[in-house]
Design a protein around this ligand. Structure first.
Ligand SMILES: NC(=O)c1ccc[n+]([C@@H]2O[C@H](COP(=O)([O-])OP(=O)(O)OC[C@H]3O[C@@H](n4cnc5c(N)ncnc54)[C@H](O)[C@@H]3O)[C@@H](O)[C@H]2O)c1
Length: 353
């Protein structure tokens, strides 16, 4: 692996390999870009096939956080931690405290949080060693309702573009996955008068939405072909692909799932077919906006966090506008919005005091 070539190609700042013999810690912390502020990004624990895979994942995810945080209007850069190990077997207090010491040694250049394979308990162990950890139980709490609210606001903005109004009354919206985010999203959409069609692989999750928001149920493989105005993927990645695109009957794809496009070209195909795709990392930023509020000097404030999440409406509008002005797919426009913010803030003149 030619690590410096990779770092140079995408302008990475740091790749830090962390090892502790006693706890068995093997972790990679990547700081991609701190132009806007300290790098914020979660800590993932996974059984990677190789050390190279783990480093590549950390690099990819850290850069993704730079874009997500920048486009969300946060004064934060992008970073990520990857812990190599089985989250069901290899966790211990010592392992996360050891990682916490490494994070502390970065003196605030990187702030961690929960991610796939880690939980609140792990974050508490990290917190024994460093204050540079966000999303603890006693502060901003479960991010899912905030993510759902951001998706709801993003859907409203997309509807304003496609249907000329942000009023969702009477629209048919198909939700794939009614877990933490999908369930909360269903409640917002139902409250706004939308008609819901849902699917999930867990019967209990389906039962809850069918009863509470009068949703219609379809089998998991039927959701793509549902006659609807909006398809909201809230379960898996890579669901916009060569097999699913021909089935879609919607005008908008907008949901919380990460990495919805299997390949970038699938974003181009959606544009060619006249389906508005709201880029995933723009519309699902509610959780990170909420957790970032903890870093406010006056401490976390739920109302302020909700107000900021609500502004995803404006960010989605900005991305759509750019896509139209520059005649580019929305996933490209999203990256440009993020890159331009970083470039502009970096160029703001420094005054001598
Ligand atoms: N939780 C957050 O704050 C947050 C933030 C940003 C992005 N996301 C992304 O949003 C998505 C949902 O997150 P979540 O926290 O609600 O997860 P979750 O695990 O609570 O919910 C996912 C749901 O999808 C269902 N599902 C899985 N495979 C399915 C399939 N093939 N067909 C239909 N349903 C299926 C699961 O049964 C589950 O109910 C994920 O892609 C996640 O990465 C979540």
């Amino acid at each position: 692996m030619k690590i410096f070539e990779i770092m140079e190609s995408k302008d990475y700042e740091n790749v830090i390999l962390c090892h502790d013999k006693t706890s068995g810690l093997k972790a990679v912390i990547v700081i991609h870009d701190t132009t806007l502020g300290p790098a914020l990004g979660g800590c993932r624990m996974w059984t990677y096939d190789s050390e190279e895979d783990a480093i590549n994942d950390a690099l990819r995810l850290a850069r993704g956080m730079t874009y997500k945080n920048a486009a969300a209007g946060l004064n934060l850069g992008g970073g990520k931690t990857v812990v190599i190990g089985n989250p069901r077997k290899d966790k211990s207090e010592a392992l996360f405290r050891s990682l916490g010491r490494y994070i502390e040694s970065l003196k605030g250049r990187y702030i961690t949080a929960e991610d796939v394979g880690t939980n609140l308990k792990d974050m508490e162990y990290i917190h024994y060693e460093t204050k540079y950890v966000a999303g603890l139980a006693e502060t901003s709490g479960d991010p899912s309702p905030f993510t759902a609210y951001g998706v709801f606001r993003g859907i409203q903005a997309a509807c304003e573009e496609v249907f000329g109004t942000s009023d969702l009354k009477g629209l048919r919206i198909a939700i794939q996955g009614v877990g933490n985010v999908g369930y909360n999203l269903a409640k917002y959409l139902y409250g706004a008068g939308a008609k819901l069609i849902v699917t999930d692989i867990f019967e209990d999750n389906v039962k809850r939405v069918v009863e509470e928001v009068k949703a219609e149920y379809v089998k998991p493989d039927e959701i793509y072909g549902v006659e609807c105005d909006i398809f909201a993927p809230c379960a898996l990645g890579a669901i916009i692909n060569d097999e699913t695109i021909p089935q879609l009957k919607c005008k908008i794809v907008a949901g919380s799932a990460n990495n919805q496009l299997k390949e970038e070209r699938h974003g181009d195909i959606l544009q060619e077919k006249g389906i508005l795709y709201v880029p995933d990392y723009i519309i699902n930023a509610g959780g990170v906006i909420n957790v970032a509020d903890e870093l406010n000097p006056s401490g976390y404030n739920r109302d302020r966090a909700m107000r900021k999440v609500s502004m995803i409406f404006d960010t989605v509008r900005k991305v759509i506008q750019k896509s139209k002005e520059e005649n580019i797919p929305t996933y490209v426009a999203a990256d440009r919005v993020a890159e331009e913010r970083i470039k502009t803030i970096a160029a703001v003149k420094d005054n001598y005091i």
